[in-house]
Design a protein around this ligand. Structure first.
Ligand code: SAH
Ligand code: SF4
Length: 349
């Protein structure tokens, strides 16, 4: 008999599963508090439950998280990346990023990515299976405990390995678990532009922030580096962004990976500003992270080129932030830590 990992259940399913085993009902609330408030990984830690109840829970259920196998030394900005090993041997990454008075954790949603963007190490190594809710919340709580951060101080971004909107059901269960202690505005889901997934998110009663990887100022160039554009065209994607409801005080993010000499000219900035006209979004410019697995022509622009690009956007009325090499020294872009230890593969066309 396989035992259910309680972290794989949404809070609603957890209550249903526990109802047969646990009484009185306030005990269920206590269990939820230990799990969603503290991220405990054994029933023994639930010290306010009777011993017999802890024992009978342990016979029926588990509370497993993936295991950390490596953590990089802190980068100059304090960010640190951790590599996790999953039960089936797959490896995934999560990143801890201090941000002023808050911290952000970047989570992976899949153990690889089938979308295959040509500038991305995760895409280079190819598709991987969907992560379960326990594997996603496990990254969150493990990092939260590693750094002893109060849960309320944390932001979550799904910008690690994988395409979260291609793992929709598990993503929703994970969001529901995180929402117990985190307001939806503290959570951002980043997508390569899976239009039906964006529309499904838009219909949820509680919505995370949406970040969309735009990365090129026109359809032709986007197709070159993001083959998914053929399936979900750029025009349709912009329309989906316009449909996505944003609450007061919140806005979407258009991510834009800056590649030297390719999409980083002032003219490209103007084209991007035009493309985003009517979209309630700020741009997050991400200077390309170089990696030996990626095409050698792809280079990070000079700081001057980055500054000019940003200034041009601002002049055209587009709010913009720059991800100043979030730990360039720790191979910060998704998949790069795992990529360093993966057996070398020839890039397939
Ligand atoms: N699959 C989702 C989320 C994971 S990728 C998505 O594509 O949005 C998170 C971000 O990292 C994306 O904006 C992507 O464009 C960016 N990224 C991927 N590889 C990169 C690299 N080598 N340098 C800089 N940014 C990169
Ligand atoms: Fe997948 Fe995002 Fe990487 Fe593209 S950038 S291959 S969608 S993880």
């Amino acid at each position: 008999m396989t035992t259910t990992n309680l972290y794989d259940l949404s809070p609603l399913d957890l209550e249903r599963s526990l109802a047969d085993v646990v009484s009185p009902p306030f005990r269920i609330k206590q269990i939820e508090q230990w799990m969603y408030g503290h991220g405990v990984t054994s029933f023994e830690e639930m010290t306010n439950l009777p011993r017999e109840l802890r024992a009978s829970l342990a016979e029926r259920f588990t509370l497993d998280f993936p295991e950390v196998v490596e953590t990089t030394p802190p980068a100059s900005d304090g960010s640190q990346k951790s590599l996790f090993r999953l039960k089936d041997g797959n490896r995934i990454e999560a990143v801890y990023m201090p941000m002023g008075d808050r911290v952000s954790v970047c989570l992976s949603s899949q153990a690889g990515c089938a979308v295959g963007c040509t500038f991305c190490v995760t895409g280079f190594f190819g598709a991987g299976r969907n992560l379960t809710p326990s594997e996603m919340v496990g990254q969150f709580f493990t990092i939260q405990q590693m750094y002893s951060e109060p849960v309320e101080r944390m932001n979550v971004v799904f910008m690690g390995m994988g395409e979260p909107l291609l793992n929709f059901e598990n993503l929703i269960a994970t969001l529901d678990i995180l929402y117990v202690n985190l307001a939806p505005k503290r959570i951002t889901v980043s997508t390569s532009g899976i239009i039906p997934g964006i529309d499904d998110l838009a219909r949820l009663p509680r919505r995370p922030n949406l970040a969309v990887s735009i990365n090129a100022p026109d359809r032709k160039r986007r197709e070159e580096i993001m083959p998914i554009t053929k399936k979900y065209p750029l025009e349709g994607l912009i329309a989906a962004m316009k449909r996505y409801p944003t609450e007061r005080g919140r806005e979407m993010t258009a991510e834009y990976v800056l590649l030297a000499g390719w999409n980083d000219s002032p003219r490209d900035a103007i084209a991007l500003a035009k493309l985003l006209r009517g979209v309630h979004a700020k741009v997050n410019a991400i200077p390309f992270n170089e990696d030996p697995n990626l095409p050698p022509w792809m280079k990070r622009p000079s700081d001057r080129a980055i500054d000019t690009f940003v200034e041009t956007l601002v002049e055209h009325g587009v709010p913009v932030t720059v991800r100043r090499s979030k730990g360039r020294d720790i191979a910060a872009a998704c998949g790069q830590l795992r990529g360093r230890t993966e057996p070398r593969r020839k890039r397939t066309a």
